[in-house]
Design a protein. Sequence first.
Length: 117
Amino acid sequence: MNINSQAKPRHYCGLFGVYGVDPAPGTIYNGLFSIQHRGQEGAGIAVSDGHKVRSVKGMGLVNELSLRPEYKALKGHIGIGHVRYSTTGSSRPQNVQPLVVECMDGIWGIAHNGNLT
C-alpha cells in the first residue's frame, strides 16, 4: 500500500436527504450529525413544503445550525442537508451548500458531493 494514499481523506463531503418526512428539519439535522465526520468546514439544510424552499447554512459544525434563527423557520417534508469538506474552492461561506437557486421551473435546493462542470 502506498503511504501517500493513507494521508488522503477517504471521505468527501456528506449528503443526507428525506422525502415525505414531516417535519423534515430535525431528521435531516440528525442525519447530518451522524455523518459530521465527512466534513467539518460547513453545514447546511434546505427544506421545502412543496411551495417554498427555506434554508440555513454556515461555516462550522452541524450543531451550530440549530443556534441560528433561520433553523427555527424551516418547515417542510422534503429536504436535503450537506456537510462540507473542501476538495476544491476555498473554505468560505459562499461555498457552503445546499445551494438555493431560482430558475424558470421554480426554486430548487441542490447539493452535491464532488465537482460540477
